[in-house]
Write a protein that binds this ligand. Sequence first.
Ligand code: DC
Length: 229
Amino acid sequence: MIENTSITITIDGPSSSGKSTVGEKLAHNIGYNFLDTGCLYRALTVATLQRNIPITDTDTIIKLAGDIDIVVKPSTVEDGRQYTVLIDKVDVTWELRSSSTDTNVSLISTIPDVRHLLTEQMRSIAKGANVVMVGRDIGTVVVPEAPLKFYLDASIDERARRRHNENMRNGQESDYKEILVNLQARDDIDTQRDNAPLKKPTNAYIINTTTMKPKNVLKEMLRIFHTVI
Ligand code: DC
């Protein structure tokens, strides 16, 4: 039997805590692949909304999750994106960030069969190569055996401000108050769901990024990486 020797570094935390910004930089610095697992849940949400499937129709959403082909690959267009996401070969990268996706993704991610399917997809990616994997349950459920785990946090006001600025930078319409309310609702669903809720892995390095610049968060993560791995 060939032993799996690839290393996964996990980064969990609430929305807009800086996970994907610094996760990508960390991966780049240490020569690992990068996967933002939220984009898998977001892609399924986009596919659900595109087909006008009611968000409460879990059976149809589960079937859809098994039928569609979601591919995440390095950015193919220089328009500010971190990566490119295809559903059945169609580029949906920017639809992943729409406000209707934001509003519905947390609910879709509570469906146990959906989580099961996407978790398997994440695990097979983790087996393939060294990867920095970002999400909510990566260190607790997806790859609990990972040798290095981080948990990033930040105040909800700061996270809403970051999201608002990101929208404006990308020329998207944005309302700070609406983002704040939306974030709170998503935090509640993500932390209170029965299946794989967002929580700090017991052996994770916890970094509060509220007042930190991304480059300093990265510096701290690199310091820890070089002492652990
Ligand atoms: O990180 P994000 O905001 O793109 O994630 C979108 C949603 O997907 C989030 O509300 C919770 C869910 N999610 C999850 O449940 N587990 C993951 N590993 C990643 C994301």
